[in-house]
Design a protein around this ligand. Structure first.
Ligand SMILES: [Zn+2]
Length: 257
């Protein structure tokens, strides 16, 4: 699935959020949007613009009907006008500047450890962060705008995990672990609260498994029904997690990305 990484700068308070998305991306003031802009600003449409894939290209579709509502390369887009977006392009919606970044190279797949069913997949982008909070059985996974603005009340007394890019290096951190759950990286017990992670790493805690997927690279899924983890397509013949022979495994990528 095609993904896009977007930086959203709110020029009123200079806050910036970087996040990866699976296309299509809906942007507006409505709560159903992937990127919700100021819900109080009625000049912004509920669904203001959409970012779509069309014939292998990423395009911006202006849904706003009013003039000067969406600015692109110094001009106002007409209602239902469509323009191609390149990496580095930016467009403006009132106080918001939205910039297209290089697409993410890693996806974070949240898997139910018992059934091994994927729950959700989130692109990881440099400068972006994803917070998972809840307990051993259930976690809410959502992007966070700024590491120093994580709602401490929301995670108080709960399991809280953070995936973020520290410079160019993706990092996993345990923010709080009130149940004292054991954390495993590729089945090895982890003692420290933060560690660098890389493509095809697997983190397990409670009923949760997080797999770090390389986006768009061929990989094979382990055929062991109780494992099913992704492996490099061209590296070795045994599953890196359970040791099962990978002969005959189908060349597929799990998850949406
Ligand atoms: Zn395996």
């Amino acid at each position: 699935m095609p993904t896009v990484a977007i930086a959203v700068v709110n020029e009123r308070n200079s806050e910036e959020m970087r996040q990866g998305y699976v296309l299509p991306v809906r942007i507006g003031r409505g709560a159903a949007c992937n990127i919700q802009l100021d819900p109080e600003n009625r000049a912004i449409s509920r669904l203001h613009v959409e970012i779509l894939e069309e014939n292998g290209r990423i395009v911006l579709l202006n849904r706003a009907l009013n003039q000067n509502a969406t600015m692109f390369h110094g001009r106002s887009l007409a209602a239902n006008e469509k323009v191609a977006l390149e990496i580095g392009d930016s467009f403006r919606i009132f106080d918001y500047e939205l910039k297209v970044l290089a697409p993410s190279t890693l996806g974070l797949l949240h898997v139910d450890k018992g059934s091994l069913r994927p729950r959700a997949e989130h692109p990881l982008v440099p400068g972006g962060a994803i917070l998972a909070y809840g307990d051993a059985h259930h976690l809410t996974v959502e992007p966070v705008a700024r590491l120093d603005r994580i709602d401490t009340q929301k995670i108080a007394g709960r399991l809280a995990l953070l995936f973020y890019f520290d410079g160019d290096q993706p990092t996993f951190a345990v923010l709080s672990n009130p149940e004292g759950l054991q954390v495993f990286l590729d089945r090895g017990l982890v003692q420290q609260d933060a560690l660098y992670i890389q493509a095809l790493d697997t983190i397990e805690i409670g009923d949760h498994r997080f797999e770090i997927h390389p986006v768009g690279e061929p990989a094979i899924v382990c055929e062991n029904p109780s494992c099913q983890v992704l492996n490099h397509y061209d590296r070795g013949e045994n599953c890196r997690l359970c040791g099962t022979r990978l002969f005959g495994a189908t060349r597929i990528v799990r998850g949406k990305i």
